[in-house]
Design a protein around this ligand. Structure first.
Ligand SMILES: [Zn+2]
Length: 382
């Protein structure tokens, strides 16, 4: 079966067919052992191919505030499994060297699992208390715990974190895992990782979500929230429902600064509509750093780039028109460091935004986070 692209390729054989020959997608796929015919089928499955990319201008060289880092639990880890991982001090040094002036540590959507096993990880607040360049979000695992039916643990977790927030120990709640599918199921067979992700399917009117928003509203804090509106393996598309939830919430809880995880995982146009409706909604973006697994996990979640490390034009448009709403967050997990280190992730992030104007780069990598989280960090060149 010849796809249109293949026909084009054959027709333009004289020109060496640059569209196909030099394309990262087929290179990655053939590395994973897919045949040319299978690659063309995969290409039609992917929702991340075919977007035009912003032209490269100048990589961002300035300082960074990373608003989403998940490595805190490993910094003081003593059990054998994590023996060779960096210490907390080393983690902070690595960030400084990479030009990251400040870091916001937070639990992951799936951190509730450790609490469920009563193996509560080092919490981000304790980690942050050791370092001036680190702040923390108060964990919001109570939502997942409640959605999973661990009502007693949910209650304890909620009360303890409400308390911490009221004492001013954190900048807000997050990363609140509300809807989180097993994204590993999207990775095509040959490149599949063995590890599967847990699934959290909370109702959007879960009483703990409402309680969390009420407290954050009272204290004018951030709520960093992770909701996956799409899950293509099961044909799930909940975009309308999710948009309605954001619009209702931002209007009801006007003092809350909503930070939507990973560019809200919505199409840029829809995110723009939310921005226009809600003055108190922001988003944390991360990059697709080039791994096969991550590509597929986020292919139906509108991540801002593909294997080429170039920003898609559709995202460049909305970043330009709403440049005060975007903040970079690496979303780094220590496990990834086996393949791609934190330094390398930051280096690639600087590349991905290389097509944007310098003043916009500075806003989304530093100024916005400084303002939205009220960090008061002096801007210094890196
Ligand atoms: Zn997330």
């Amino acid at each position: 079966m010849l796809t249109r692209r293949l026909v084009y390729c054959l027709l333009s054989l004289f020109l060496m067919c640059p569209a196909v020959m030099a394309d990262q997608f087929s290179m990655m796929a053939s590395e994973k052992g897919f045949s040319p015919a299978e690659i063309e089928i995969l290409r039609t499955t992917s929702k991340l191919e075919g977007f035009s990319e912003l032209e490269y201008k100048q990589r961002y060289q300035g300082p960074i505030i990373d608003v989403l880092d998940h490595t805190h639990r490993y910094g003081f880890e003593t059990n054998e499994r994590h023996e060779n991982l960096p210490t907390g001090k080393e983690l902070v040094e690595i960030r400084k060297t990479a030009g990251v002036k400040h870091t916001i540590m937070a639990n992951r959507p799936n951190s509730y699992k450790a609490i469920k096993k009563r193996n509560a990880p080092e919490d981000p607040i304790t980690f942050a208390s050791h370092f001036e360049s680190v702040s923390a979000l108060c964990p919001a695992d109570f939502i997942a715990l409640a959605a999973k039916g661990y009502m007693e643990l949910a209650k304890q977790d909620f009360n303890s974190n409400k308390n911490k927030l009221e004492k001013g120990l954190c900048l807000g709640f997050g990363e609140a895992g509300v809807i989180h599918y097993n994204k590993s199921l999207k990775v095509p067979a040959k490149g599949k990782s063995v590890r599967q992700q847990g699934e959290i399917l909370s109702h959007l009117d879960n009483s703990y979500i409402i309680d969390m928003l009420k407290i954050a509203n009272k204290y004018k804090k951030v709520v960093h929230i992770h909701i996956e509106p799409n899950f293509s393996p099961r044909g799930v598309n909940r975009e309308d429902e999710v948009v309605k939830f954001y619009k209702n919430s931002c209007a009801t809880y006007k003092n809350v600064k909503f930070v939507l995880s990973h560019n809200a995982m919505l199409p840029p146009k829809i995110l723009g509509e939310i921005f226009n409706y809600c003055k108190n909604v922001f988003t944390q973006f991360k990059i697709m750093h080039g791994g096969w697994g991550m590509y597929w996990k986020f292919h139906d979640l509108n991540i801002i780039n593909d294997f080429d490390l170039k920003l898609h034009k559709r995202w460049a448009h909305i970043i330009k028109s709403h440049s005060d709403r975007f903040m970079f967050g690496a979303d780094f997990k220590i496990r990834r460091s086996k393949r791609i280190s934190y330094e390398e992730t930051i280096r690639r992030a600087r590349e991905v935004i290389a097509g944007l104007d310098p003043d916009i780069q500075r806003e989304i990598m530093f100024d916005n986070a400084n303002r939205i989280y009220d960090l008061r960090i002096n801007w210094q060149p890196h």
